[in-house]
Design a protein. Structure first.
Length: 367
């Protein structure tokens, strides 16, 4: 039995804890039932032994604050936070169809229409985050959950944070095969633009059930990532290739903003079952958070006018550059866009690299 699971009670508050449905280095996720309402929830149990330094507290603080404050049909809902002497208990929305990675592995490859519809909904969630100055910083198939209706929900906000316009960060975080090259280089990076790269990688996974790198060897894959050289399967439609390349541009400043991606013909014609941007900030005071104030400060606030103007100006400039570049991509030049004349796409067969991982690469930060 997992040590953390062994330290968990049979119930916390009205919630009866059941089987484990997920596990991380510092947490375990269990299925639970509210004994008063009989509704099912997922409870993320975080051991207090995990908090060894200030940075870990800050990450947990950001995760709870951001999830509590945001309400969007494609973001996992956090309903409450409880605690005892040993653990914190995050009472979350239950998604009965597991994570997207497992779903794709069982149903690969997804029909293109379904893949684009699911991707459209996740992009709407990311666009909503970015419009509220929140970067996720760990977008990947494993962090997209599917509810009973197969509605995708973005979860795991452990690395999320509020950022100002053009704010630069240095913390190395994320998942190796989804991480932007500037982070792998150890360079200062814009978290919003790094999210866009991860979304481009995710789109390739959606439509192919494979990552856009040609090998499982992390060191060789790192070389491809640092060159911005994607290995895209030949059966990926050209308009999908274009979107992947626009999001996975090696130059962060040239990456297409999520709002602009959603307006492209490929995704604009997708008849999503959810409305884009129908999210809103929730008032943290509306929730009962047991023994919460000792750990967390006030919830994040909506953008002020100055922030809005700065982001608007930044996006206008990005859009101007992207429109110019998008016109160039209409030609066959899309297959050869990279500095110093090297190709950005290495076409491969499905047999060359039928993998979606391993996603956990020990020590990749120091490779």
């Amino acid at each position: 039995m997992n040590i953390l699971r062994g330290s968990c009670p049979e119930r916390i508050g009205p919630y009866v804890l059941g089987d484990s449905i997920g596990m991380g280095t510092s947490c375990i996720v269990v299925k639970a039932t509210n004994s008063e309402t009989q509704k099912t929830y997922a409870i993320k149990i975080v051991s207090k032994r995990y908090f060894h330094n200030n940075q870990q507290v800050i990450h947990f603080q950001s995760e709870v604050q951001n999830m509590m404050s945001l309400c969007h049909p494609n973001i996992v809902t956090l309903y409450d936070l409880l605690e005892d002497s040993v653990n914190y208990y995050m009472i979350q929305e239950y998604c009965g169809n597991g994570d997207l990675s497992s779903y794709i592995s069982k149903n690969q490859p997804l029909p293109l229409a379904q893949a684009l519809q699911l991707f459209h909904q996740i992009l709407s969630a990311v666009a909503f985050l970015h419009s509220n100055n929140i970067a996720h910083r760990d977008i990947k198939a494993e962090n997209v959950l599917l509810d009973e209706m197969l509605t995708p929900k973005l979860g795991d906000f452990g690395f999320s944070l509020h950022v100002r316009s053009n704010e630069i960060r240095r913390t190395i975080c994320g998942t190796f095969y989804y991480i932007a090259p500037e982070i792998l280089q150890g360079s200062p990076y814009n978290p919003i633009l790094a999210d866009i790269w991860s979304c481009g990688v995710l789109l390739h996974v959606f439509v192919t059930a494979q990552l856009p790198w040609s090998c499982e060897n992390p060191k060789l894959a790192k070389e491809e990532i640092l060159k911005g050289q994607l290995s895209i399967l030949p059966d990926v439609p050209k308009d999908v290739q274009e979107v992947i390349l626009l999001m996975c541009d090696f130059n962060p400043q040239n990456r297409m903003p999520i709002d602009t991606v959603l307006a492209l013909p490929l995704l604009k014609r997708v008849q999503s079952t959810k409305h884009v941007h129908k999210g809103f900030f929730r008032n943290k005071a509306a929730f009962t958070l047991n023994k919460y104030n000792d750990l967390l400060s006030s919830a994040p606030l909506p953008l002020d006018e100055k922030d809005h103007d700065e982001i608007t100006d930044m996006l206008k400039e990005c859009n101007r550059k992207i429109k110019k570049k998008a016109n160039q991509l209409q030609s066959n030049a899309i297959l050869t866009i990279i500095s110093k004349g090297s190709s950005r796409i290495k076409v491969r067969s499905r047999a060359d690299s039928p993998f979606m991982g391993p996603l956990f690469v020990p020590g990749w930060e120091k490779m």
